[in-house]
Design a protein. Structure first.
Lengths: 200, 200
């Protein structure tokens, strides 16, 4: 390709990167670990990418960690249009699915089609949770708010009246992706209940 | 390894991930692309990881993009201790180097040593800028504030009295990593000068 042809593709890529800058303004329920403010989706996605690298040995043998990292970098991009959904709000979670698919069509569709396809597939794979990569990625995504709440005397759990059995349903998803991280998350839940930071 | 042995290593990994959560509170000079507020290092690192994937074709053939992504995820972690340095403040940049090495020793040193070494090497490689991966990663890192300023009528350039020749020194670093991105950055600088957003 000539530099001019590279530049045509670059224009589409730049439209995409300018668009996804908005992820920095999508605010999640949970706070930073230090409790100082609520977290945004962009910094959350960075965090999970590093977690995937650092906790790689807790994924099943043979898991493609670089694919997990790529998946985590794009896993929340649909929330630019669809917004963050609180995982314990079941009605909202179901209504969210169509909005997220439309968002994926629009946002990944800004890229040249040979690039839009593979990135969209990473997101579909993450959501479907059928591969070791997606299960490990999802485990980290579910672990993150449990960690944040644990470090903040229960954090959003009390605020939104979340119970231990609801959190344990997410711990089961963590266990699917990583038995070690699942066991750790289970301990955090038990400790939080004992401390009175999470209702039975 | 037994689950108990995994858990011993996990404790060190968790200490690391809790520590690096602080990167979300290290504030850079440049704003988000929409100009709404200044950017933090964590969301900046996420952004560059996605840019690396999406603009991969503008890196030299054979560049290991997954290594670039890993490098970018950890490239600013030292700033938790050493703080962000404005790239046009030459005196501060030189004084910064020792502080960043000490920060790398401390922060990566929280991990089990078999993990601390490879992550530290990624950071050393990024800083040395001798491999195609490091040069491409650094190109993206230098492109990001130029993009943000271009979208904000010059942004921090006027505020800190930065001139076009100073920005062009960074464009040369972008060109080393990617001729196409270098040409694009050069155009942004010229346009910004013509619009009166960057002094000659």
């Amino acid at each position: 390709m000539t530099i001019a042809q590279h530049r045509d593709r670059l224009d589409a890529q730049l439209a995409f990167v300018v668009e996804i800058d908005k992820l920095k303004r999508v605010i999640r329920r949970n706070t930073l670990i230090d409790g100082s403010r609520r977290e945004n989706d962009a910094e959350h996605s960075w965090q999970l990418g590093v977690w995937a690298l650092v906790m790689a040995e807790h994924a099943p043998a043979g898991t493609d960690i670089d694919r997990v990292v790529r998946m985590l970098l794009v896993h929340d991009i649909v929330e630019i249009d669809a917004g963050d959904t609180f995982i314990y709000d079941r009605v909202a979670v179901e209504a969210q699915e169509a909005a997220e698919r439309a968002a994926a069509d629009r946002i990944f569709g800004l890229l040249p089609s040979d690039q839009a396809g593979p990135l969209r597939e990473l997101w579909d794979e993450f959501e479907a949770r059928q591969t070791p990569e997606a299960r490990y990625a999802k485990a980290l995504d579910r672990l993150a708010p449990i960690m944040a709440n644990h470090h903040n005397d229960g954090g959003t759990w009390a605020l939104y009246k979340v119970t231990a059995s609801q959190v344990l349903a997410n711990v089961a998803i963590i266990e699917e992706g990583s038995p070690t991280l699942g066991a750790y998350a289970h301990d955090l839940v038990e400790t939080s209940v004992l401390r009175g930071h999470l209702a039975r």
